[in-house]
Write a protein that binds this ligand. Structure first.
Ligand SMILES: [Mg+2]
Length: 376
């Protein structure tokens, strides 16, 4: 279904697209326009309406292939707000922002990769609650010199993820800024099984992760020239960093099976397990030699592979806890690797202990990604 395209009330950004930077008013400015696309034209030349029209057409083309998620949409891009018919039950909402030179570099990430990742990390959050993603709003802050082709590519990647995870992009905002900032807000529903929360862990639960961890940090290290990965290992890890695949179906399966506690690994295994411990008022013991680390990461970084797996972040694998019998059912049910890495113990205070193969506690400093830590 093609989203409704109606003229916005006020052309908010046209002057800024042509010149200097200032903070734009935060109002919806999606609208129709007549702008024709010429490759490598700057967005300041195309103008706001032409750019939005181009994006809206791209989204409308993709929408035709997703009738189930677009069916309940009454108004998409082009009015003051998107409108859809909500299904009964719990509604979920999340948002995540990628900031140039904080979360990504245009030297290493392609625009299509950025589009994929901006949506995929939000899908990951919905999956980590056991939910089903539905509707997204996309806000872009862009330097005026950004080429139209780059924005086309950004939406190519984003729509690839939207199709893969059945999400409808129903609106957003565009503003000028000195750097690129991409914010996605994502709404979803929770219809089946238990809600996966950070507060659901109980003493005696086993702790497990899906897939392999550390590859994203390994990819970042490869971009920086660290380690000695083979070309194949380097490409594998860089892809893990640029194109994370959220464990959406797996999160929904955990919910169906009755798992209560989960989080997606964005800040790093230790940091995210710490979030579960604090919310659940429990502590955790992790056996470091049980961590599922890929051959590629091991080959590239040797001893430092473990550090990447513990503290690296941006793996978007699921970290969850469950009693032993339920964990067996999860392992039998999920198609991806599920590795038990430790167990939940009574709190006092909530902390994460890392054990070596001899059962000794390994000292560790502040790990994972702390957005507000000085010196980052
Ligand atoms: Mg998360």
């Amino acid at each position: 279904m093609r989203p409704a395209l109606k003229a916005a009330r006020v052309p908010l950004l046209a002057p800024e697209f042509g010149g200097g930077f200032r903070v734009a008013r935060q109002e919806s400015l999606w609208a129709s326009g007549l702008g024709a696309i010429i490759q490598l034209v700057k967005i300041s030349q195309l103008g706001e309406f032409g750019l939005i029209d181009r994006v809206a057409k791209k989204i409308a083309t993709a929408a035709g292939r997703q009738p189930e998620v677009w069916g309940p949409v009454k108004i998409g891009i082009g009015d003051d707000a998107a409108v859809w018919e909500a299904s009964p039950g719990l509604q979920l909402a999340t948002t995540d922002t990628l900031v140039q030179d904080v979360h990504f570099s245009l030297d290493t990430a392609g625009w299509d990769d950025l589009g994929w990742k901006a949506l995929a990390v939000n899908v990951s959050d919905v999956g980590a609650m056991g939910g089903v993603p539905r509707y997204a709003l996309v806000t872009l802050a862009l330097p005026p010199a950004t080429s139209v082709e780059d924005i086309e590519r950004l939406y190519d990647g984003m729509l690839e993820a939207a199709r893969a995870y059945n999400v409808a992009i129903v609106g957003g905002d565009m503003v000028t800024a000195p750097i690129v900032v991409i914010t996605v807000g994502l709404w979803g529903v929770h219809s089946e099984g238990s809600l996966l929360t950070r507060s659901g862990a109980r003493p005696g639960d086993e702790i497990a992760v899906t897939g392999r961890i550390g590859d994203s940090a390994g990819g970042l290290a490869a971009f920086k020239g660290e380690g000695q990965p083979s070309p194949e290992a380097s490409a594998y890890m860089k892809k893990a960093h640029l194109r994370p695949k959220p464990r959406l179906a797996e999160g929904q399966a955990l919910a169906r099976l009755g798992v209560k506690a989960a989080i997606d690994i964005s800040d790093g295994l230790v940091a995210d397990l710490g979030h579960i411990c604090e919310a659940s008022n429990v502590s955790a013991v992790v056996r470091v030699d049980a961590l599922p680390v890929s051959m590629q990461l091991q080959e590239a970084l040797g001893d430092r592979a473990t550090e990447k797996a513990l503290f690296g972040g941006e793996d978007y694998e699921l970290l969850f806890t469950a009693p032993q019998a339920l964990m067996q059912a999860v392992k039998a049910s999920l198609e991806c690797p599920v590795t038990v890495i430790g167990e939940v113990v009574p709190a006092g205070p909530a902390k994460v202990d890392l054990l070596d193969r001899n059962g000794r506690i390994l000292p560790w400093g502040k790990g994972g990604w702390d957005h507000f830590a000085p010196g980052r």
